[in-house]
Design a protein around this ligand. Sequence first.
Ligand code: ADP
Ligand code: MG
Length: 399
Amino acid sequence: MNIHEYQAKELLAKFGVAIPAGYAALSVDEAVEAAGKLPGPLYVVKSQIHAGGRGKGKFKELAADAKGGVRLSKTIDEVRANATDMLGNTLVTIQTGDAGKQVNRLYITDGADIAKEYYFSMVVDRKAGRVAMIVSTEGGMDIETVAHDTPESIQTITIDPAEGFQPHHGRAVAFALKLKGDLNKQAAKVAEQLYTAFMATDMEMLEINPLVETTDGKILVLDAKVSFDSNALYRHPDIFALRDETEEDPSEIEASKHDLAYIKLDGNIGCMVNGAGLAMATMDIIKLNGEFPANFLDVGGGANKEKVTSAFKLILSDPAVKGILVNIFGGIMQCDIIADGIVAAAKEVNLGVPLVVRLEGTNVEKGKEILANSGLPIVPADDLGDAARKIVAQVQKAA
Ligand code: ADP
Ligand code: MG
C-alpha cells in the first residue's frame, strides 16, 4: 500500500526525522490558509499523487510550457495561483503513464534553501535477507538515470536484522554521501531514524529523493515516498487508515474487498482459477493457444458462491473480456459446490460471453452434471489444454 508524501512526512516526523513544516490542502482556500501559517518567504506547492517525477511532470489541461506539479512560490498570491493551476487537473509524470493522475490534494510546505541534493532509499533485499540502504551523492533526479549515468555514485549498505542498526551503518551512509563534520553526524542520525521507522511500520520501500543539505548546514527530508507490506497492515490500523482509494485501480479495490487476488491485464480472455500457480499456468496456456489473458484471478482455496459471483462480476466489468475460462481444481473444495456457484453466478450476472469450465478433483462427476443440466451454454472441458483450445476457438469465432 502506498501513501501520499504529506502522510509519509507526518509519519516520519514522529520518529524524529527533520522535515520542513507543511500542511495538506484540499482546496485553494485551504492552500492559502496553510501558507499563512508558514513563516515564508518561500513556499512550495506540491501535488499529492501516488507517483514520482511530479516536479518535471506536465498538466494535461495547462499550456505545454506551464510549470510542473511541484512549484516554488514567493508570495501567498503565487501559492493561490499555483494551487488553482493544480487542483482538479491531470498531472502526467514518467511514473503515471500517459493517462496521468488527477490532483485532488496539495501539500503546502516551507521552501528550503538547498545547498546540495542527495538520494537515500531503503528496500527489503530478499536475496540478502536484509534491509538495504541505497544512497547516492546525486539526488533530485530519478535513480534509474543516476544508475545509468553515474553508477559509481550509488552505494548500498545492508543491515543484518539480528544486529539492527549500528553506529557503523550511520557512518557508512554519511561517508558514502561524502559529508563532513556536523552534516556527517546529522546524516548518520537521520539514517538511523529512517531505519527505525521502516522496521516499526513494516515498510516495503522508502525513498527520500531528495535528502538535502541546506545553506545553513541542516540535513532535511524534502520528498518522501513510502510503501508498506500489505501482509503486515493488520498490525497497523493507523497506517491502513491512510489508504487513498482514489489512487488505486477500482477493479483491484473491489477484488480486495472480496478477498480475491486480481490483477488486470491487457488480453480478452477472463480467467477464474483457484491457486496462484494454476492461475499462472492457465494464463500461459491461453497465450500458447494464441490469445491473451484479460486478468490474473485467484479465487483462493475457500471459494463459495458469493466469491465466485463477485469474481464473475469483476471479470465482466472489463469491457475487453470476450470469453471466460474457469479452471478449478477441487481438492479440499468439492467440484459440485463450485459448479453450483458457477451456475448461480452465471445466471445472476446474465453472462453474455462464452464460458468454458474445466473442473477436476473431488466430486467432479457430480459437478459436471450440474453444469450440463444448468440450461446455460457452458462448454465443459476435460483438461487444461482442452479448456484453453476451446475458449480461444470460441473467442476467435465470435470476433
Ligand atoms: P518529485 O520527486 O515528485 O518530482 P520532489 O518533492 O522531489 O517531487 O520535488 C522536486 C524538486 O523540487 C526537488 O528535487 C527539489 O529540488 C524541489 N523541492 C521540493 N520540495 C522542496 C522544498 N520544500 N523546498 C525547496 N525545494 C523543494
Ligand atoms: Mg522526489
